[in-house]
Design a protein around this ligand. Structure first.
Ligand code: TXA
Ligand code: MG
Length: 337
């Protein structure tokens, strides 16, 4: 299949381009598009055959449910059976934006979207291209990140083309995604709100709106939210995590003795010798650069990527989560494929 790559202005997208892409979605096709977090791979959420193609194109296990993207909270009621008070508070505060809310599913939504489960994850993206595409298509859009399963999420159209070119109809190229890591995922179906995946919206911000938030999925829920699996979001190059730039310098020296070629994401302004990238000391700015830096290290064909971890504090939760999963050696056998 020939994948059409269409340039689109990320701030004021051309309505004609959005119409074209919307038609592809309505016709059962797949379109990769930028969001404020990472690129998504979209299909009509109400068309089971189209949704099946997402799983096929990504090589994604059918046990991993998809996020449904909507243009506004009203459209969420097309896919959600109900919209609890907490969901209403959270969507009023954080939508459009990088927050995904898990609620009971509407029966008419194909089971494939939710991996057969009773809940659906819903998000209203803030990116003008994402919002414009959903409105142009006129249907909710199921969209995982636009990468092959377990690989790094794409933050540029080029990343999506590299992973999915030839497998999907269209890529909308709106440049780099400003957020850089995937949305925060919360489950509001229980007594207390539960954080299933940390992201750019922090626990502190959530707690400001809904009170206490429990962090982490229960064991039984991990299979339902495989973003919680140990290995996920990984570059091809093996990663080594270190706790400080000083420890990094030691590890780098050892690896160099073994003649390994290295990339090193240092933290802050530390100046190493070789291919080092000084990562920002602000969590949001770090997140915006993270996948980009890992993609670039992969491109550089190094043997190993050394990464100095940022501090273990609440504002770094999402970044440390992604780094830990990216560095994990194999899928967590206990939590499914
Ligand atoms: O920022 C994002 O969320 C991006 C952009 C494209 O919107 N999307 C994204 O999708 O990261 P994906 O499929 O790569 O990650 C979705 C996460 C997975 O960890 C999945 O297991 C979880 O959300 N998820 C989806 N539906 C769920 C449900 N019903 N219950 C619990 N977790 C769910
Ligand atoms: Mg993903």
């Amino acid at each position: 299949m020939n994948t059409a790559v269409l340039l689109v202005d990320p701030v004021l997208p051309d309505p004609n381009v959005l119409q074209l892409a919307g038609k592809v979605i309505l016709g059962g096709g797949l379109v990769a598009f930028p969001t404020e977090t990472v690129y998504g791979l979209g299909a009509n959420a109400l068309n089971a055959a189209a949704v099946a193609r997402i799983f096929e194109a990504k090589g994604r296990p059918a046990t991993n449910p998809l996020i449904v993207h909507v243009a506004d909270p009203d459209q969420a009621l097309n896919v959600a059976a109900l919209w609890p008070e907490t969901a209403a508070k959270l969507s009023a505060q954080f939508w459009p934006g990088p927050l995904t809310i898990v609620v009971p599913k509407q029966p008419k939504l194909p089971d494939l979207v939710t991996a057969g489960g009773p809940t659906v994850a819903v998000r209203c993206p803030a990116h003008p291209v994402a919002g414009g595409l959903i409105r142009a298509a006129g249907v909710p859009i199921a969209a995982p990140s636009a990468n092959r399963s377990t690989e790094l999420s794409p933050t540029r159209a080029e990343h999506a083309v590299k992973g999915l070119g030839g497998r999907i109809e269209m890529v909308l190229d709106g440049g780099a995604c400003p957020g850089g890591i995937e949305s925060t995922v919360v489950d509001v179906t229980g007594e207390t709100v539960r954080l299933l995946r940390p992201g750019l919206i922090t626990v502190r911000e959530l707690e400001g709106v809904v009170g206490r938030v429990e962090v982490g999925a229960r064991e039984a829920e991990i299979a339902r939210s495989p973003g919680q699996m140990a290995k996920h979001y990984s570059p091809r190059t093996p990663m080594v995590l270190v706790d400080s730039n000083e420890e990094g310098a030691t590890v780098v020296a050892e690896l160099r003795n073994e003649n390994a070629s290295l990339g090193w994401l240092t933290f802050g302004t530390f100046r190493g010798r070789l291919a080092t990238v000084a990562m920002p000391t602000d969590p949001g700015r770090y997140a915006a650069m993270l996948y980009e830096a890992l993609h670039a290290s992969d491109e550089g064909n190094v043997d190993r990527i050394v990464v100095t971890l940022p501090p273990n504090t609440p504002e770094w939760l999402a970044v440390r989560d992604r780094l830990t999963r990216a560095a994990a050696e194999s899928p967590d056998a206990a939590s499914g494929p």
